[in-house]
Design a protein around this ligand. Structure first.
Ligand code: NAG
Ligand code: NAG
Ligand code: NAG
Ligand code: NAG
Ligand code: NAG
Length: 397
């Protein structure tokens, strides 16, 4: 704990000294070293490309700079990634963590992305979906996708510091962070976990880097340079200490599993509702349905919700998940196959969505107003082609 506290102090110092930092400033050098250590520990989730990928030519790196401060977040199209932290989960990662997890299904079932958090930020993604639970040992908070433990040495604090550091360099940008407890991890959700989580949002750093409004999504101006919490967990075990909430509470108990059109009231007094499409498991199709059928069904469900976002409830939050899988099928239709097709002539949901977004340019889809989860971005030269331009199409560039 002492080490963490020291890091927090040094990191705060670094942020306050950044402008004045010079090689002769011993404290700044020390703070930079502390930050580097945090970022190294955070790299399995954050990624290593902290300062790269943002040339002056990049259209996506600081894309929110072009929008006026008074733009409401619910009127914007915010591209997001589903289960973001699983971006580097491969068979090799799984094998290296076997002693913690025991045998579990193949890595392709759990992996939902291919670019790290920092890389995704540079590429324009502004909504993350993080699933937490105890790391092995039950004393730090780490990241999972279901049973897949993702990075046992990386803590939630490390990753948040990395996001704060990125925001420091991109003060025009606003990032929404959805967090929920990953029950499928098999790890326990206890009083200590909830108190620890709560305490993370009480630090001075958190007060600086998290939007402090409670129960309402405000304007871009209010959210710039900060994270906004989409709280998909509850503090049900710690009671009164949770009274100082931040962000909006998308209560897991009200989030219908596999729902195509969820209406989740997050602030009854002010009539604030989130409209959510989270149809991730293609239960309407027989077990062995083809990739083509699964992709078409998911595309249909996504577009129905996006279409609704363009015409209905203009001042409310819309979240559409474009991600899904059909893991019982043989062969498995993995999240990657759903997004990118199956490597033959079958286009994925992302391919089918690109022309849809282009045809609806200028309309409100949301992402928080239409999160598009499970964007699989990148340029890996492999059999299932990626879909360049999808983020640009969502944000209307
Ligand atoms: C990604 O996973 C591979 C395989 O486990 C590992 O060698 C590599 O260090 C990981 N990348 C990061 C940034 O942690
Ligand atoms: C952590 O918690 C899990 C679930 O309650 C338990 O099975 C495991 O033994 C605990 N590990 C340690 C080191 O306490
Ligand atoms: C699905 O396909 C597998 C492999 O061909 C087969 O063993 C299984 O019986 C099929 N299941 C159903 C419900 O058709
Ligand atoms: C890809 O999908 C097509 C059409 O559903 C199917 O015929 C083919 O077997 C699939 N290939 C793989 C590798 O899944
Ligand atoms: C998807 O929507 C199209 C157009 O409405 C329809 O023809 C098709 O049957 C739908 N596919 C599935 C799998 O629901």
């Amino acid at each position: 704990m002492t080490a963490v506290t020291t890091f927090i102090a040094l990191f705060a110092l670094l942020l306050s000294n950044r402008a004045a930092a010079s090689p002769s400033n011993g404290q700044a050098v020390l703070a930079q070293a502390a930050l580097n250590e945090i970022l190294t520990r955070g790299a399995p989730i954050l990624g290593e490309r902290y300062d790269e990928g943002c040339s002056k030519k990049s259209k996506t790196c600081d894309w929110m700079a072009k929008f006026p401060d008074n733009t409401k977040l619910v009127h914007m199209n915010l591209p997001g990634t589903h289960d973001t932290a699983a971006w580097n989960y491969s068979d090799a990662t799984q094998a290296s963590l076997l002693r913690y997890t025991g045998p579990i299904p193949p890595a392709s079932v759990f992996r939902c992305q291919e670019h790290s958090l920092l890389q995704s930020l540079n590429e324009g993604i502004r909504v993350f979906d993080l699933r937490y639970a105890y790391n092995p040992g039950n004393d730090t908070i780490g990241f999972y996708h279901s049973k897949a433990l993702l990075a046992p040495q990386t803590t939630l604090e490390d990753v948040l510091f990395g996001l704060y550091a990125w925001l420091d360099k991109h003060p025009t940008e606003a990032v929404l962070v959805s967090m929920n407890f990953e029950a499928g991890s098999g790890s326990r959700n206890d009083v200590a976990l909830q108190e620890h989580l709560y305490s993370i949002f009480q630090t001075d750093l958190a007060k600086k880097y998290w939007v402090q409004d409670n129960g309402i999504l405000g304007t871009l101006g209010q959210a710039r340079g900060k994270l906004t919490l989409l709280q998909r967990f509850t503090y049900n075990l710690v009671g009164p200490t949770s009274s100082r909430r931040i962000g909006i509470h998308l209560d897991a108990a009200k989030w219908t599993d596999n729902g195509k059109a969820i209406e989740l009231v997050y602030n009854a007094a002010q009539n604030q509702i989130a409209y959510i499409e989270d149809y991730y498991y293609m239960d309407a199709l027989p077990v062995n349905s083809s990739a083509t059928e699964n992709i078409e069904l998911k595309y249909n469900a996504t577009v129905a919700h996006l279409q609704s976002a363009t015409v209905n409830n203009r001042d409310q939050l819309y979240i559409s998940f474009a991600s899904a899988s059909h893991n019982d099928a043989e062969p498995t239709v993995s999240p990657r196959t759903m997004a990118l097709g199956n490597g033959t002539d079958v286009p994925g949901v992302n391919h089918k969505l690109l022309p849809w977004f282009q045809a609806h340019k200028g309309m409100r889809f949301g992402v928080v107003s239409a999160y598009i989860f499970s964007l699989v971005l990148g340029d890996n030269a492999d059999k299932a082609p990626h879909v360049p331009g999808l983020v640009e199409a969502i944000i209307g560039l």
